[in-house]
Ligand binder design. Structure first.
Ligand SMILES: C[S@@+](CC[C@H](N)C(=O)[O-])C[C@H]1O[C@@H](n2cnc3c(N)ncnc32)[C@H](O)[C@@H]1O
Length: 188
């Protein structure tokens, strides 16, 4: 990653802390970036971009592998910031924004649109709804990452319990950053 983009991300992370924007940590952002470089997806989906911090981490890798990134959020002020920030770092050509509830937007997306990498960071209590709505849109071998699985065990419990008996997937809970915890899922 170029030094000026690293600096930009560093500044955005500080801005997030100062303004109570619940961005992913530097480690989670970096991990997403590396996973995309390894997986080399074609179409990426993000649920919950806030002001675009995680989006930029993913977009940097998406540009390297020639992927397109779709991102969704329903909070107006940070959504506008995300669009501005993505434009500032020059990624607007391959990042497509949708404003509104993720479940509704995904349901209304073109029938043929499928994802091979998904990052879920919307409302924790809706993780099960997000999981259900992306089912028909995952290509075999798709990688899906759920953030904050350890940070909010009560809010993610219904989803966590559901996943215990889910078939056709492999999953691993990674205690990244000590208390964030991301769930990595591969859909067969
Ligand atoms: C934890 S923040 C995302 C942080 C962002 N991924 C980052 O690391 O910079 C969660 C975001 O998800 C959005 N969100 C929550 N539930 C949503 C839903 N059902 N549809 C769309 N956006 C949602 C919120 O508005 C908020 O901006």
């Amino acid at each position: 990653m170029k030094e000026d983009l690293k600096k930009y991300l560093g500044g955005l992370r500080v801005y997030g802390v100062e303004n109570d924007i619940p961005n992913v940590t530097n480690e989670v952002g970096s991990f997403l970036n590396m996973l995309i470089q390894v997986k080399r997806p074609k179409i990426i989906l993000e649920i919950g971009c806030a002001n675009g911090y995680s989006t930029i981490w993913m977009a940097e890798a998406a540009e390297k592998v020639g992927a397109k990134l779709y991102t969704i959020d329903h909070s107006a002020p940070t959504y506008a910031e995300a669009q501005k920030n993505i434009a500032e770092v020059g990624f607007s050509d391959f990042v497509e924004f949708s404003f509104g509830d993720a479940v509704e937007i995904i349901t209304q997306m073109n029938e043929g649109l499928k994802f091979d990498f998904v990052f879920v960071d919307g409302q924790k209590a809706s993780y099960l709804d997000f999981w259900k709505v992306i089912q028909d849109r995952l290509v075999p071998g798709a990688v899906i990452i759920f953030d904050d699985m350890m940070a909010f065990p009560e809010k993610t419990k219904e989803f966590h319990d559901f996943m215990q008996s889910e078939e056709g997937i492999e999953q691993l809970l990674i205690p990244i950053d000590g208390n964030d915890g991301i769930l990595v899922v591969i859909k067969h």
